[in-house]
Design a protein around this ligand. Structure first.
Ligand code: TXA
Ligand code: MG
Length: 327
Protein backbone atom coordinates (compact mmCIF):
# COMPACT_ATOMS: atom_id res chain seq x y z
CA UNK A 1 0.00 0.00 0.00
CA UNK A 2 1.50 3.36 -0.96
CA UNK A 3 2.06 6.14 1.57
CA UNK A 4 -0.16 8.33 -0.61
CA UNK A 5 -3.15 6.00 -0.19
CA UNK A 6 -2.59 5.77 3.58
CA UNK A 7 -2.50 9.59 3.78
CA UNK A 8 -5.65 9.81 1.69
CA UNK A 9 -7.40 7.35 4.03
CA UNK A 10 -6.26 9.25 7.15
CA UNK A 11 -7.54 12.45 5.53
CA UNK A 12 -10.90 10.76 4.81
CA UNK A 13 -11.17 9.80 8.50
CA UNK A 14 -10.41 13.43 9.49
CA UNK A 15 -13.16 14.55 7.13
CA UNK A 16 -15.68 12.33 8.94
CA UNK A 17 -15.75 9.58 6.31
CA UNK A 18 -15.81 5.80 6.72
CA UNK A 19 -12.70 3.81 5.82
CA UNK A 20 -12.66 0.01 5.82
CA UNK A 21 -9.23 -1.39 6.65
CA UNK A 22 -7.63 -4.79 7.23
CA UNK A 23 -6.60 -5.97 10.67
CA UNK A 24 -5.02 -9.31 11.52
CA UNK A 25 -8.42 -10.56 12.82
CA UNK A 26 -11.07 -9.30 10.36
CA UNK A 27 -11.65 -6.11 8.35
CA UNK A 28 -12.87 -3.10 10.35
CA UNK A 29 -15.17 -0.26 9.34
CA UNK A 30 -13.40 2.79 10.74
CA UNK A 31 -14.45 6.30 11.72
CA UNK A 32 -12.88 9.06 13.81
CA UNK A 33 -13.87 8.03 17.35
CA UNK A 34 -14.16 11.70 18.43
CA UNK A 35 -16.60 12.63 15.66
CA UNK A 36 -20.16 11.67 16.70
CA UNK A 37 -21.66 12.08 13.24
CA UNK A 38 -18.95 9.94 11.63
CA UNK A 39 -19.45 7.24 14.28
CA UNK A 40 -23.20 7.41 13.74
CA UNK A 41 -22.61 6.61 10.06
CA UNK A 42 -21.02 3.30 11.12
CA UNK A 43 -24.29 2.26 12.77
CA UNK A 44 -26.29 3.40 9.75
CA UNK A 45 -24.04 1.53 7.29
CA UNK A 46 -24.12 -1.70 9.31
CA UNK A 47 -27.77 -1.37 10.39
CA UNK A 48 -26.40 -1.99 13.86
CA UNK A 49 -28.38 -1.15 17.03
CA UNK A 50 -26.93 1.85 18.89
CA UNK A 51 -26.54 -0.07 22.15
CA UNK A 52 -23.78 -2.27 20.68
CA UNK A 53 -20.58 -0.43 21.65
CA UNK A 54 -17.55 -0.13 19.37
CA UNK A 55 -13.87 -0.97 19.80
CA UNK A 56 -11.51 2.01 19.53
CA UNK A 57 -8.32 1.14 17.68
CA UNK A 58 -5.04 2.85 18.57
CA UNK A 59 -1.54 2.93 17.08
CA UNK A 60 0.45 2.69 20.30
CA UNK A 61 0.25 2.00 24.00
CA UNK A 62 0.81 5.63 25.08
CA UNK A 63 -2.60 6.53 23.65
CA UNK A 64 -4.41 4.16 26.04
CA UNK A 65 -4.53 6.81 28.75
CA UNK A 66 -6.23 9.26 26.38
CA UNK A 67 -9.23 6.92 26.38
CA UNK A 68 -9.12 4.87 29.58
CA UNK A 69 -8.96 5.67 33.29
CA UNK A 70 -7.53 3.58 36.12
CA UNK A 71 -5.62 1.21 33.83
CA UNK A 72 -4.59 -1.58 36.18
CA UNK A 73 -1.18 -3.22 36.31
CA UNK A 74 -2.81 -6.42 35.08
CA UNK A 75 -4.25 -4.60 32.06
CA UNK A 76 -0.81 -3.16 31.25
CA UNK A 77 0.73 -6.63 31.52
CA UNK A 78 -1.71 -7.93 28.92
CA UNK A 79 -1.15 -4.89 26.71
CA UNK A 80 2.64 -5.40 26.86
CA UNK A 81 2.36 -9.08 26.11
CA UNK A 82 -0.35 -9.18 23.42
CA UNK A 83 -0.33 -5.76 21.71
CA UNK A 84 -0.14 -5.14 18.90
CA UNK A 85 -2.41 -8.13 18.34
CA UNK A 86 -5.83 -9.78 18.49
CA UNK A 87 -6.77 -8.75 22.05
CA UNK A 88 -9.31 -6.11 23.10
CA UNK A 89 -9.22 -4.67 26.63
CA UNK A 90 -12.37 -3.26 28.22
CA UNK A 91 -11.36 -0.50 30.65
CA UNK A 92 -13.02 2.36 32.55
CA UNK A 93 -13.49 5.19 30.06
CA UNK A 94 -12.26 8.78 30.16
CA UNK A 95 -15.16 11.21 30.63
CA UNK A 96 -14.80 12.72 27.13
CA UNK A 97 -15.39 9.42 25.32
CA UNK A 98 -18.58 9.70 23.28
CA UNK A 99 -21.67 7.79 24.38
CA UNK A 100 -22.26 6.70 20.81
CA UNK A 101 -18.91 4.84 20.95
CA UNK A 102 -19.53 3.10 24.29
CA UNK A 103 -23.28 2.60 24.00
CA UNK A 104 -23.60 4.86 27.04
CA UNK A 105 -21.56 2.50 29.22
CA UNK A 106 -18.85 3.60 31.65
CA UNK A 107 -16.28 1.41 29.92
CA UNK A 108 -14.40 1.49 26.64
CA UNK A 109 -13.00 -1.33 24.51
CA UNK A 110 -9.48 -0.66 23.16
CA UNK A 111 -7.25 -2.56 20.75
CA UNK A 112 -3.91 -2.05 19.04
CA UNK A 113 -3.97 -4.18 15.89
CA UNK A 114 -0.76 -5.53 14.38
CA UNK A 115 -1.66 -5.63 10.68
CA UNK A 116 0.81 -3.37 8.88
CA UNK A 117 -1.86 -1.40 7.01
CA UNK A 118 -3.91 -0.90 10.20
CA UNK A 119 -0.75 0.32 11.93
CA UNK A 120 0.11 2.69 9.07
CA UNK A 121 -3.42 4.09 8.97
CA UNK A 122 -3.64 4.56 12.75
CA UNK A 123 -0.24 6.25 12.85
CA UNK A 124 -1.08 8.55 9.95
CA UNK A 125 -4.44 9.45 11.52
CA UNK A 126 -2.94 9.92 14.96
CA UNK A 127 -6.14 9.45 17.00
CA UNK A 128 -8.55 6.68 17.96
CA UNK A 129 -10.47 4.90 15.21
CA UNK A 130 -13.80 3.35 16.21
CA UNK A 131 -14.21 0.22 14.12
CA UNK A 132 -16.57 -2.71 14.29
CA UNK A 133 -16.18 -5.60 11.87
CA UNK A 134 -17.01 -4.35 8.34
CA UNK A 135 -20.17 -6.40 7.82
CA UNK A 136 -23.88 -5.81 8.08
CA UNK A 137 -25.28 -6.47 11.57
CA UNK A 138 -25.58 -10.26 12.27
CA UNK A 139 -23.61 -11.23 9.15
CA UNK A 140 -20.25 -13.02 9.15
CA UNK A 141 -17.23 -10.72 9.54
CA UNK A 142 -15.27 -10.07 6.34
CA UNK A 143 -11.75 -11.47 6.05
CA UNK A 144 -11.02 -10.09 2.57
CA UNK A 145 -11.49 -6.72 0.88
CA UNK A 146 -13.94 -8.25 -1.59
CA UNK A 147 -16.09 -9.51 1.31
CA UNK A 148 -16.18 -5.91 2.63
CA UNK A 149 -17.19 -4.71 -0.82
CA UNK A 150 -19.97 -7.29 -0.88
CA UNK A 151 -21.20 -6.35 2.61
CA UNK A 152 -20.92 -2.56 2.58
CA UNK A 153 -19.52 -1.53 -0.81
CA UNK A 154 -21.76 1.45 -1.46
CA UNK A 155 -21.68 2.64 2.17
CA UNK A 156 -17.91 3.01 2.57
CA UNK A 157 -15.81 5.90 1.31
CA UNK A 158 -12.60 3.84 0.97
CA UNK A 159 -11.63 0.19 1.32
CA UNK A 160 -7.95 -0.51 1.96
CA UNK A 161 -7.10 -3.93 0.51
CA UNK A 162 -4.65 -5.84 2.70
CA UNK A 163 -5.33 -9.33 1.37
CA UNK A 164 -6.82 -11.99 3.60
CA UNK A 165 -6.71 -11.67 7.38
CA UNK A 166 -4.10 -13.78 9.14
CA UNK A 167 -6.18 -14.78 12.21
CA UNK A 168 -9.64 -14.86 10.60
CA UNK A 169 -11.77 -14.56 13.77
CA UNK A 170 -12.51 -11.44 15.84
CA UNK A 171 -10.26 -10.48 18.76
CA UNK A 172 -10.50 -11.93 22.26
CA UNK A 173 -12.32 -9.35 24.42
CA UNK A 174 -11.46 -9.23 28.11
CA UNK A 175 -13.14 -7.05 30.71
CA UNK A 176 -10.40 -5.53 32.89
CA UNK A 177 -12.64 -3.05 34.74
CA UNK A 178 -12.62 -5.16 37.94
CA UNK A 179 -10.09 -7.24 39.88
CA UNK A 180 -11.58 -10.34 38.26
CA UNK A 181 -10.72 -10.35 34.57
CA UNK A 182 -13.48 -11.88 32.51
CA UNK A 183 -13.47 -12.93 28.87
CA UNK A 184 -16.49 -11.44 27.10
CA UNK A 185 -15.74 -12.92 23.68
CA UNK A 186 -13.30 -15.81 23.13
CA UNK A 187 -10.69 -15.36 20.42
CA UNK A 188 -7.48 -17.01 19.31
CA UNK A 189 -5.68 -15.57 22.36
CA UNK A 190 -7.00 -18.12 24.84
CA UNK A 191 -8.06 -17.78 28.49
CA UNK A 192 -5.12 -20.07 29.32
CA UNK A 193 -2.54 -17.84 27.69
CA UNK A 194 -4.00 -14.79 29.46
CA UNK A 195 -4.09 -16.62 32.81
CA UNK A 196 -0.45 -17.54 32.33
CA UNK A 197 0.54 -13.88 31.94
CA UNK A 198 -1.56 -12.69 34.88
CA UNK A 199 -0.89 -15.64 37.16
CA UNK A 200 -4.59 -15.87 38.03
CA UNK A 201 -7.56 -17.81 36.76
CA UNK A 202 -9.73 -16.08 34.20
CA UNK A 203 -13.48 -16.44 34.04
CA UNK A 204 -15.44 -16.61 30.83
CA UNK A 205 -18.65 -14.58 30.77
CA UNK A 206 -21.93 -16.38 30.96
CA UNK A 207 -23.87 -14.09 28.70
CA UNK A 208 -27.22 -15.08 30.11
CA UNK A 209 -26.11 -13.59 33.43
CA UNK A 210 -23.43 -11.04 32.60
CA UNK A 211 -24.61 -7.47 32.93
CA UNK A 212 -22.19 -5.86 30.46
CA UNK A 213 -23.60 -5.32 27.03
CA UNK A 214 -20.96 -7.38 25.45
CA UNK A 215 -19.94 -8.80 22.16
CA UNK A 216 -21.79 -10.88 19.77
CA UNK A 217 -24.45 -11.76 22.30
CA UNK A 218 -27.12 -11.38 19.71
CA UNK A 219 -28.24 -14.92 19.00
CA UNK A 220 -27.98 -14.42 15.25
CA UNK A 221 -24.47 -13.05 15.26
CA UNK A 222 -22.02 -14.41 12.74
CA UNK A 223 -24.67 -16.43 10.95
CA UNK A 224 -24.73 -17.37 7.27
CA UNK A 225 -28.15 -17.02 5.64
CA UNK A 226 -28.13 -20.70 4.61
CA UNK A 227 -29.42 -22.96 7.42
CA UNK A 228 -26.31 -24.03 9.28
CA UNK A 229 -25.98 -26.80 11.86
CA UNK A 230 -23.11 -28.25 13.85
CA UNK A 231 -23.21 -32.00 14.48
CA UNK A 232 -20.83 -34.41 16.24
CA UNK A 233 -18.50 -36.52 14.09
CA UNK A 234 -20.46 -39.73 14.88
CA UNK A 235 -23.71 -38.15 13.70
CA UNK A 236 -22.26 -37.58 10.24
CA UNK A 237 -22.38 -41.29 9.46
CA UNK A 238 -25.97 -41.52 10.66
CA UNK A 239 -26.77 -38.55 8.49
CA UNK A 240 -25.23 -40.28 5.46
CA UNK A 241 -27.42 -43.32 6.13
CA UNK A 242 -30.59 -41.24 6.24
CA UNK A 243 -29.70 -39.33 3.10
CA UNK A 244 -29.05 -42.17 0.65
CA UNK A 245 -32.29 -41.87 -1.26
CA UNK A 246 -32.59 -38.12 -0.98
CA UNK A 247 -31.38 -35.46 -3.35
CA UNK A 248 -30.69 -32.52 -1.09
CA UNK A 249 -27.68 -30.37 -1.98
CA UNK A 250 -25.84 -30.16 1.29
CA UNK A 251 -22.42 -28.71 2.12
CA UNK A 252 -20.59 -30.75 4.75
CA UNK A 253 -17.69 -28.97 6.42
CA UNK A 254 -15.37 -31.44 8.15
CA UNK A 255 -11.83 -31.67 9.43
CA UNK A 256 -11.88 -35.47 9.90
CA UNK A 257 -10.96 -37.13 6.60
CA UNK A 258 -13.85 -39.32 5.37
CA UNK A 259 -12.87 -42.05 2.99
CA UNK A 260 -16.23 -43.70 2.32
CA UNK A 261 -18.29 -42.70 -0.73
CA UNK A 262 -20.51 -39.69 -0.09
CA UNK A 263 -24.25 -39.81 -0.61
CA UNK A 264 -25.52 -38.00 -3.68
CA UNK A 265 -25.91 -34.26 -3.15
CA UNK A 266 -23.36 -33.97 -0.39
CA UNK A 267 -20.46 -31.68 -1.14
CA UNK A 268 -17.54 -32.18 1.23
CA UNK A 269 -15.34 -29.28 2.30
CA UNK A 270 -12.19 -30.45 4.09
CA UNK A 271 -10.95 -27.98 6.66
CA UNK A 272 -7.45 -27.84 8.17
CA UNK A 273 -6.95 -30.09 11.19
CA UNK A 274 -5.27 -27.49 13.37
CA UNK A 275 -7.17 -24.68 15.07
CA UNK A 276 -5.06 -21.83 13.74
CA UNK A 277 -5.54 -22.69 10.07
CA UNK A 278 -9.17 -23.72 10.63
CA UNK A 279 -9.90 -20.29 12.17
CA UNK A 280 -8.14 -18.60 9.27
CA UNK A 281 -10.37 -20.39 6.74
CA UNK A 282 -13.70 -20.52 8.59
CA UNK A 283 -15.44 -17.25 7.67
CA UNK A 284 -14.20 -17.33 4.11
CA UNK A 285 -15.51 -20.89 3.74
CA UNK A 286 -18.93 -20.09 5.24
CA UNK A 287 -19.23 -16.94 3.12
CA UNK A 288 -18.37 -18.82 -0.06
CA UNK A 289 -20.79 -21.67 0.73
CA UNK A 290 -23.52 -19.17 1.51
CA UNK A 291 -23.41 -18.06 -2.15
CA UNK A 292 -23.69 -21.54 -3.56
CA UNK A 293 -27.37 -22.19 -2.93
CA UNK A 294 -27.10 -25.20 -0.62
CA UNK A 295 -30.21 -26.39 1.20
CA UNK A 296 -28.09 -26.61 4.34
CA UNK A 297 -24.56 -26.24 5.63
CA UNK A 298 -23.59 -28.96 8.10
CA UNK A 299 -20.43 -28.48 10.11
CA UNK A 300 -18.61 -31.24 12.01
CA UNK A 301 -18.25 -30.22 15.66
CA UNK A 302 -14.65 -29.25 16.44
CA UNK A 303 -12.45 -30.61 19.25
CA UNK A 304 -13.00 -29.58 22.86
CA UNK A 305 -9.49 -28.27 23.50
CA UNK A 306 -8.94 -24.65 24.56
CA UNK A 307 -7.34 -23.62 21.27
CA UNK A 308 -10.67 -24.41 19.52
CA UNK A 309 -12.78 -22.38 21.97
CA UNK A 310 -13.23 -19.31 19.75
CA UNK A 311 -14.08 -21.53 16.77
CA UNK A 312 -16.64 -23.46 18.84
CA UNK A 313 -18.14 -20.14 19.95
CA UNK A 314 -18.51 -18.83 16.38
CA UNK A 315 -19.88 -22.15 15.10
CA UNK A 316 -22.47 -22.19 17.89
CA UNK A 317 -23.51 -18.69 16.84
CA UNK A 318 -23.63 -19.65 13.18
CA UNK A 319 -25.99 -22.55 13.92
CA UNK A 320 -28.95 -21.12 15.73
CA UNK A 321 -31.76 -22.91 14.03
CA UNK A 322 -31.42 -26.62 14.72
CA UNK A 323 -34.80 -27.53 13.22
CA UNK A 324 -33.67 -26.43 9.80
CA UNK A 325 -30.99 -29.13 9.60
CA UNK A 326 -32.63 -30.78 6.65
CA UNK A 327 -35.25 -28.75 4.86
O1 TXA B 1 -11.19 -8.31 15.93
C1 TXA B 1 -11.99 -7.44 16.26
O2 TXA B 1 -12.27 -7.20 17.44
C2 TXA B 1 -12.63 -6.63 15.12
C3 TXA B 1 -11.55 -5.79 14.44
C4 TXA B 1 -12.09 -4.88 13.39
O3 TXA B 1 -10.84 -5.07 15.42
N1 TXA B 1 -13.69 -5.81 15.61
C5 TXA B 1 -14.86 -6.30 16.03
O4 TXA B 1 -15.77 -5.31 16.38
O5 TXA B 1 -15.12 -7.49 16.08
P1 TXA B 1 -17.33 -5.62 16.58
O6 TXA B 1 -17.95 -4.29 16.79
O7 TXA B 1 -17.82 -6.42 15.46
O8 TXA B 1 -17.34 -6.40 17.92
C6 TXA B 1 -16.92 -5.73 19.09
C7 TXA B 1 -17.69 -6.18 20.24
C8 TXA B 1 -19.14 -5.73 20.19
O9 TXA B 1 -19.99 -6.83 20.00
C9 TXA B 1 -19.39 -5.07 21.53
O10 TXA B 1 -20.50 -5.63 22.19
C10 TXA B 1 -18.12 -5.30 22.32
O11 TXA B 1 -17.13 -5.53 21.38
N2 TXA B 1 -17.80 -4.12 23.11
C11 TXA B 1 -17.40 -2.92 22.65
N3 TXA B 1 -17.25 -2.05 23.66
C12 TXA B 1 -17.54 -2.72 24.80
C13 TXA B 1 -17.58 -2.37 26.16
N4 TXA B 1 -17.30 -1.15 26.58
N5 TXA B 1 -17.94 -3.33 27.05
C14 TXA B 1 -18.23 -4.57 26.64
N6 TXA B 1 -18.22 -4.96 25.35
C15 TXA B 1 -17.89 -4.05 24.44
MG1 MG C 1 -18.88 -7.68 14.44
Amino acid sequence: MTEQIIQQAAQALRAGKLVAFPTETVYGLGADATNPEAVRQIFVAKKRPYDHPLIVHLANIHQVHDWALKVSEAAMLLADKFWPGPLTLVLAKQPHVLDIVTGGQASIALRIPRHLIAQQLLQAFGGGVAAPSANKFTHISPTTASAVQEELGDKVDMILDGGDCEVGLESTIIDMTSDHPCILRPGMITAESIAEVLGTTISIANHEKHTQRAPGMHHLHYAPTTATTVIPTEAILTLFATLTSETHRIALVTYTPFTMPLPKGIHLISMPRDAKHYAHDLYHTLRTLDHEGYAAIIVEAVPKEAEWEAIRDRLAKASTNKERLIP
